[in-house]
Ligand binder design. Structure first.
Ligand SMILES: Nc1ncnc2c1ncn2[C@@H]1O[C@H](COP(=O)(O)OP(=O)(O)OP(=O)(O)O)[C@@H](O)[C@H]1O
Ligand SMILES: [Mg+2]
Length: 320
């Protein structure tokens, strides 16, 4: 009994994913430059970063699709080499782009993928319900909307009852409703099946809403990781004042003290500053605005977001 408990405890403690100083280059591009990451069973982790940050490369190395140049990846303590069969049974994956066979229906597609795992049509039906595609059972995959395609891709990744789901941008390009549908399905898996999840995303709200922990990557490196609270605690500012102008005010805003970012290609042009510096910034700003006859359109005080943290770390917006 004691031996069993000890074994059980050890299994519980073992990370589902262990990534140790992994590197990957494509000719001159250093796509992943030494990333380490540990993910616990049942944990939901978001890899958040801009285009070209190395998210897909990292996730595909975890999925065993790409081989790291250096470093080690263990899934449930096992390396890919020699454990392909076991690991493929644990994993459910959905790639950044999924191509379906156009002349198969939704149900036929699910049955086909189910057959790869020696699962029968009942499982295909069950999945169709989970991802709510019953109405599209007999629709050809080429006639599905973007959101329905993403749900079908998710359904395929769920067929083999995966302990670990790896989803590369599962909601990119979807409208908010379709995105929320996918979030709901994933939430249920966490609550009911204790599934572990790694997803890549460009959307801060997706990372925040769905995941226990967020890993912010840029240029192949981890810039910051932690819970939302831990990440925001890394911001040197607690409150932000955001001022909007209808037109570009023609002031060199970025030179003013306490300025966090200036966003010119939005309507209104937005300008954010650290609230603790307003005594220095506002008098100068107001004087300049008055001299130029520029009207302030909006003025709000808000909490920092992950985008503000990203700007403070890199000088760029997450979704520039
Ligand atoms: N097969 C490849 N051959 C050459 N370069 C590649 C290859 N795959 C990725 N890269 C490069 O590696 C870098 C990281 O790419 P990756 O696809 O991992 O980024 P990403 O964070 O997933 O970006 P996105 O958000 O656009 O999907 C990019 O500069 C990309 O051009
Ligand atoms: Mg990608």
């Amino acid at each position: 009994m004691l031996k069993f408990l000890f074994y059980f405890q050890k299994q519980m403690q073992q990370p589902i994913i262990n990534v140790e100083n992994v590197k990957k280059s494509f000719r001159t591009v250093k796509a992943v430059q030494g990333i380490s990451l540990t993910i616990a069973p049942g944990e939901f982790v978001a890899i958040l970063g801009p285009n070209g940050a190395g998210k897909t490369t990292l996730v595909e190395m975890i999925e065993g699709i790409q081989k790291p140049d250096e470093g080690e990846i263990l899934i449930k303590g096992m390396p890919w080499k020699g454990n392909e069969h076991k690991l493929n049974r644990i994993l459910g994956i959905s790639l950044q782009e999924t191509w379906f066979i156009e002349k198969l229906t939704v149900f036929e597609t699910l049955r086909l993928f189910a057959s790869f795992y020696r699962l029968d049509k009942d499982r295909a039906l069950e999945i169709m319900h989970i991802v709510e595609l019953q109405e599209k059972k007999n629709a050809y995959t080429k006639n599905l909307s973007g959101g329905q395609r993403q749900r079908l891709a998710l359904g395929i990744s769920l067929l083999n009852y995966p302990e670990l789901l790896l989803l590369d941008e599962p909601t990119t390009g979807l409208d908010p409703n379709a995105r929320h549908d996918i979030w709901e399905i994933l939430h249920k898996l966490k609550d009911e099946k204790n599934t572990s999840l790694v997803l890549t995303t460009h959307y801060m709200e997706e990372a925040e809403f769905l995941c226990d922990r967020i890993v912010i990557v840029d240029k192949g490196k981890v810039l910051a990781m932690g819970t939302m609270e831990e990440l925001l605690a890394q911001c040197s500012f607690n409150e932000i004042i955001e001022i909007g102008f209808e037109e570009e005010p023609g002031i060199r805003l970025h030179l003013l003290p306490g300025v966090l970012n200036v966003r010119k290609n939005t309507k209104p042009n937005l300008f954010a500053l650290d609230v603790t510096r307003i005594t220095q910034t506002l008098p100068v700003l107001l004087k300049e605005l008055e001299e130029r006859n520029v009207e302030v359109q909006t003025l709000i005080c808000r909490k920092p977001t992950l985008d503000d943290l990203f700007i403070s770390l890199t000088g760029r917006h997450l979704n520039a």
